[in-house]
Design a protein around this ligand. Sequence first.
Ligand SMILES: NC(=O)c1ccc[n+]([C@@H]2O[C@H](COP(=O)([O-])OP(=O)(O)OC[C@H]3O[C@@H](n4cnc5c(N)ncnc54)[C@H](O)[C@@H]3O)[C@@H](O)[C@H]2O)c1
Length: 270
Amino acid sequence: MPKDIKVLVCGAAGKMGQAVVRAVDSEAGFKLAGAVDRVGNPNIGKDIGLLCGINEIGVKLSGDLKETISKSQADVMVDFTMPEIVIVNAQMALKAGICTVIGTTGMTKSDIAELSKLSKQNSTGAIVAPNFAIGAVLMMKFAKEASKYFASAEIIEYHHDKKLDAPSGTAIKSAELMVENRKLFGRDTVSGKETIKGARGAIGDGNIHIHSVRLPGLIAHQEIILGGTGQTINIRHDAYDRTAFMPGVLMAVKKVMELDCLVYGLENII
Ligand SMILES: NC(=O)c1ccc[n+]([C@@H]2O[C@H](COP(=O)([O-])OP(=O)(O)OC[C@H]3O[C@@H](n4cnc5c(N)ncnc54)[C@H](O)[C@@H]3O)[C@@H](O)[C@H]2O)c1
C-alpha cells in the first residue's frame, strides 16, 4: 500500500489554512504532519484539529516553521499566508528538500522567478497557483480561447473585504493567459477622460482593464467580459465556499511530489 503523503500547512490558523487542514484530515492518502502560524498567534500550542472544528488530530499549532520542518518529516508544505512572508517560508522549505504548494497571492513575477531558480537548484518540486478552484481555471482557459475572436476585454473581480492584495492573483493570471492569444485589447475602442481618477480600473497585461470590488459577504468571484461588434460574452466563476479550492490543492500536493521544478498555474497540471 502506498504511504500517506505527509503535509505541513503554513498559515494553518487562517481561513484557507483551516480548510486545508480539514481537507487533508478527511482525505485518504494524506496525513497532517505539521501546522504553523505566526509567532504570537494566541492558539499556538493548541491541537489544530480542535481549532479547525474537527476531532483532535495530535498535531499542535506551532509558531516555528524551521523547527516544524525539521521535526515533522513532511513531504509537502502548503502555504496560505501573506504576500510578504510566503517567499521566506517557501525558501526555507525548498532548501530543506520539501516540495512546496503555494496558494498565497500577491507575489511578484521576480519572486516567482527566484523560487523557480531555487526549486531547480534543489531538484524539489513547487506549484504556485493563484486559484485552486477548477472552475476558475476553466474560466481562464475559455477566456484565453475567446481572446482569439474578441478585440476588447475587461475583468471585474470580487473578493471579501479582508483580502490584502488587489487586483487578485487570478485577475493578473487571467490577463497573462489572454495576451497569449492577443497582444493588445481595446486599443482603438476606448476613449474618454476619467472624471474621477481610477474609474476605468487598473490596466493589466495587454491593456485589459481590471476592476477590484471588496465587500463583506463575498468569497472569490470573477467576471471576464469580452466585447465585439454588437455582442459581448461574459465568462464568470463564483467560489461560494473555501471547499471549492480543496480538490485543486490536494491534486497539487500529489502532483508536486513528481516535479523537480516550479510550475505556475493549476492549468499546467490538470
Ligand atoms: N490560490 C487560491 O486558490 C486562493 C484562494 C483563497 C485565498 N488565497 C490566498 O491565500 C492567502 C491566505 O488567505 P486567507 O483568506 O486564508 O487569509 P487569513 O488572513 O485568514 O490567513 C493567513 C494566515 O497566515 C498567518 N500568518 C501570518 N504570518 C505568518 C507567518 N510568518 N508564518 C505562518 N503563518 C503566518 C496568519 O496569522 C493567518 O492565520 C491570501 O494570499 C489569499 O489571497 C488563495
